[in-house]
Design a protein around this ligand. Structure first.
Ligand code: ADP
Ligand code: MG
Length: 339
């Protein structure tokens, strides 16, 4: 039994990832609050989507969880744990080791994430050689297995090819192969399909879902595209201006959103728009973290806003069992299904 199996068995019900009260501040002439009080829990084998328009703080959150923030960034949290391991208490050296091993991050831009002058077999194999002490032959055999697993045709032949010899979708599969190579507890995928066409997007999401089933890892899928999460997510956290404004299981949230922002996102997705009604776009754009509106940060764009909304920020509170929303008018909203 390897150490990973021991870990997995002994952690019992502890989630793959738990984040409590994560805040990220960019420091400089003045502090800019990019992310505030974020809670996220991803169970083993669970697919959680972090959703929000561009600029809402999703990638900043992902980097903070991974421990990749730069020196101009202050990260604080009450808890940041990975299958029971307290990441906040770990020395940087050990935390670095966990990256790639127990937690991995897949980014959108597969071409720039791969080394153009190394064959993909060598790039994948290197993980097994460095982290597992595998021989060249063993590493190559693992690389071929993994390429097959992520759906690269003729993996034994393609293993010696270079990144530029693959399509965008295939490169994204290769990055996913690298991310799951060491069987992490949690895979964070930050807009993994944004650069791809719709058919390939769906294939990549299917792949993430089936790998999640196969390895039992938690997946945190970060996206601005609600259409992408509808089919795959078990639960959902919606982010606006650096805060989670709604969370809960995906079916309930999408069926009966409790925050006008979620509702607006839903109405802007072609697959989800109500039959016979118009596709709506959300007026205005999300605020920059340097200029977050007073009160509820969504109020300037909200069709349900009342006077209090511009002065008092509603707290994230339970609106139904297992569901949270930060809106004064959640109760009215939740009673009004969008379909
Ligand atoms: P997204 O939800 O699109 O992933 P990001 O998390 O990348 O959004 O960014 C959130 C906000 O923080 C944006 O307004 C972005 O401009 C700002 N931001 C991101 N990184 C930095 C940084 N290193 N310094 C200052 N501002 C940043
Ligand atoms: Mg981003």
């Amino acid at each position: 039994m390897d150490s990973k199996e021991v870990d997995r068995n002994s952690v019992g019900a502890l989630p793959a990832l738990r984040v409590r009260n994560l805040s990220v501040t960019f420091t400089g002439e003045r502090d800019i609050p990019a992310v505030r009080d974020v809670d996220l829990t991803v169970g083993h084998g669970e697919f959680v989507a972090l959703l929000g328009e561009s600029g809402s703080g999703k990638s900043v959150t992902a980097r903070a969880i991974m421990g990749l923030a730069d020196e101009h960034t202050r990260v604080t949290a009450d808890e940041l744990s990975l299958a029971g391991t307290d990441l906040l208490a770990l020395p940087e050296e050990q935390r670095r080791r966990l990256r790639g091993e127990s937690m991995s991050l897949v980014l959108q831009d597969a071409l720039s994430s791969l080394n153009p002058v190394m064959t993909i077999g060598d790039q994948i194999g290197e993980l097994f050689r460095v982290h597992r002490g595998a021989s060249r032959e063993q590493a190559r055999a693992h690389a071929i297995d993994l390429l097959g697993m992520v759906g690269i045709p003729a993996p034994a032949r393609r293993v010696d090819d270079y990144p530029h010899q693959f399509s965008g979708g295939m490169r994204q599969r290769i990055l996913i192969a690298m991310a799951i190579a060491l069987e992490p507890s949690i895979l964070i995928a930050d807009e993994p399909t944004t650069a791809l066409d719709v058919t390939v997007q769906a294939q990549i999401l299917d792949l993430l879902g089936s790998l999640r089933d196969q390895f039992g890892m938690g997946v945190l899928l970060i996206t601005h595209d609600l259409g992408v999460v509808m089919e795959v997510a078990d639960s959902l956290a919606v982010m606006y201006a650096g805060r989670i404004v709604e969370s809960g299981d995906a079916d309930s949230v999408l069926g009966h959103p409790a925050h006008p922002y979620t509702e607006a996102l839903l109405r802007s997705v072609p697959q989800a728009a109500m039959r016979g009604s118009d596709l709506l776009t959300i007026p205005g754009s999300p605020p920059s973290p340097a200029r977050i509106p007073s009160g509820c940060s969504f109020h300037p764009r909200c069709h349900l806003a009342v006077e209090t909304c511009s002065s008092t920020r509603p707290l994230l509170a339970e609106v139904a069992p297992g569901r949270l929303a930060a809106c004064l008018r959640s109760e009215e909203l939740i009673g009004e299904p969008v379909h």
